[in-house]
Design a protein around this ligand. Structure first.
Ligand SMILES: Nc1ncnc2c1ncn2[C@@H]1O[C@H](COP(=O)(O)OP(=O)(O)OP(=O)(O)O)[C@@H](O)[C@H]1O
Length: 348
C-alpha cells in the first residue's frame, strides 16, 4: 500500500450546498500532510468523512487500505484524532480518559498503564495525570488529548489545529513530537492556519478552497510555482524595457529590512526624475536608496499588479532596469494567491 489515504471524487453535499466537491487526494504512507484552507473551506468536513464520522454523499475514500463506507470499523482502528475542540471527559482525570480510550481499542490491561505513562512523559503531562481534565489549562488539555489519541498507536493521526493557543515552548515540544511520530512510521494529517508550522513540518500540502482542492505539492514546490508565475509576470511587464534585465529572488535579509512586500531594483540610468516617479507611484509605500545604488521599495499590496505597475511607471520615465530582486514567496503568499478567487455563490 503506497498511500495512507486515497480519495476519488469525494463529495459532501448539505442540502443544496456542496461543502466538499469531487476531492481527489493521495496522501503517501508515512508522510506529514498539511491541509490548508480558509474558514469554511471544507477541511473539517473532509476529515469527518475520512474518519467515518459522516458519510460521503458520493465518491470514495480509502484509508489505510480500507473503504470508509464498507469497512468503517477497520478504518477507525487505524486512526487517532486530536480534534480542534478537546473532546475528553471533563470530570475524569487525564489518566482515566486515556484508560477509557485504551479500553475502547482493546489494549491489554497489563500493557495499558505503562503505555499511557510513556506517552505522558513524551508530551510532558505526567505531573498532571491525576488532575481532572476540566481543571487543566488549554495547552495541558491539548497534551492530554494527544495521549488519549495515541494510546492505541494509530497508523494515521489527524491533528486539527494542534498547537493553537500553545505557548512557544510547548509548541516546539509538540512539533518535535509530530516529527518523532512520523519517524516512527505514523502518517500525519495536519490541519493548521499556521503557515510556518505547515511549511516546516509537512512533506506535502493541499489547499482547499470552497470545497475544491486548488493546490497540491510540496511546500517548496508550491512556493517555486508562485515564484515562476511572478517572474513571468514581471518579464511580461518589463516587455521592451530591457532584454538583459536580471530577475532574481532573495531572502528577506538580503534585501534589507523594508517591511512587507519588497522589491529591490538597480537602474542603468538612475536620475532624480525617475526616483521621484517611483516615490509618487500609487503602489509604492517606501523608497530607500542603498549605498550601492539599489532602490529598495516596499509595496504595500499583495496585488500582483502592483509590481507590474511600478515597472511600467519606471519605464514611462525612461528608466532602464538592470536587475530586480523580489522577496521569495512564502507559503502564506501561496495560500493568499490560491484562495483569492472565492466564488461567493459557493459560500454559506
Ligand atoms: N452539518 C452541516 N450542515 C450544513 N452545512 C455544513 C455542515 N457542516 C459544515 N457545513 C458547511 O460546510 C462548509 C465547510 O465547513 P468545514 O467545517 O468543513 O470548514 P473548515 O474548512 O473546517 O473551516 P474552519 O477553518 O473554519 O474550521 C461551511 O460553509 C459550513 O458552513
Amino acid at each position: 500500500m503506497k498511500n495512507a489515504i486515497e480519495t476519488n471524487n469525494l463529495t459532501k453535499v448539505y442540502g443544496n450546498f456542496t461543502a466538499v466537491n469531487s476531492l481527489n487526494l493521495k496522501i503517501p504512507n508515512n508522510s506529514i500532510f498539511g491541509m490548508l484552507g480558509p474558514n469554511g473551506a471544507g477541511k473539517t468536513t473532509t476529515i469527518k468523512m475520512l474518519t467515518c464520522l459522516i458519510q460521503p454523499t458520493s465518491g470514495k475514500a480509502v484509508v489505510g487500505g480500507y473503504d470508509v463506507e464498507k469497512n468503517p470499523d477497520e478504518v477507525r482502528n487505524l486512526l487517532g484524532m486530536v480534534p480542534q475542540q478537546v473532546s475528553l471527559y471533563k470530570d475524569l482525570t487525564v489518566m482515566e480518559n486515556s484508560q477509557m480510550c485504551a479500553d475502547y481499542y482493546g489494549i491489554p490491561s497489563d500493557e495499558r498503564d505503562a503505555r499511557i505513562e510513556d506517552l505522558m512523559e513524551l508530551v510532558d503531562i505526567k505531573y498532571a495525570k491525576n488532575k481532572r481534565v476540566g481543571q487543566l489549562s488549554g495547552g495541558q488539555k491539548q497534551k492530554a488529548s494527544l495521549v488519549a489519541s495515541l494510546v492505541h498507536r494509530p497508523d494515521i493521526l489527524f491533528l486539527d489545529e494542534p498547537t493553537i493557543g500553545l505557548d512557544p515552548t510547548t509548541k516546539r515540544t509538540l512539533w518535535d513530537l509530530i516529527r518523532d511520530l512520523n519517524d516512527e512510521g505514523h502518517t500525519i494529517i495536519l490541519c493548521s492556519h499556521d503557515m510556518h508550522e505547515v511549511d516546516m513540518l509537512c512533506d506535502n500540502v493541499g489547499i482547499i478552497n470552497t470545497g475544491n482542492l486548488v493546490a497540491y505539492d510540496t511546500p517548496q514546490g508550491l512556493k517555486d510555482s508562485l515564484l515562476e508565475a511572478n517572474k513571468k509576470k514581471m518579464t511580461e511587464a518589463l516587455g521592451k524595457i530591457s532584454d538583459e534585465t536580471k530577475i532574481s529572488t532573495s531572502t528577506k535579509e538580503d534585501i534589507g529590512n523594508l517591511g512587507l512586500r519588497k522589491m529591490s531594483i538597480l537602474l542603468k540610468n538612475q536620475n532624480e526624475e525617475i526616483i521621484e516617479a517611483i516615490k509618487t507611484s500609487d503602489f509604492v509605500k517606501t523608497v530607500e536608496i542603498a549605498h550601492n545604488g539599489r532602490i529598495n521599495l516596499r509595496i504595500d499590496s499583495y496585488d500582483d499588479m502592483a509590481v507590474q505597475n511600478v515597472l511600467k511607471d519606471i519605464n514611462s520615465f525612461g528608466g532602464v532596469i538592470k536587475s530586480i530582486y523580489t522577496e521569495e514567496p512564502s507559503l502564506e503568499d501561496v495560500f493568499i494567491k490560491a484562495t483569492a478567487e472565492v466564488d461567493e455563490n459557493a459560500r454559506v
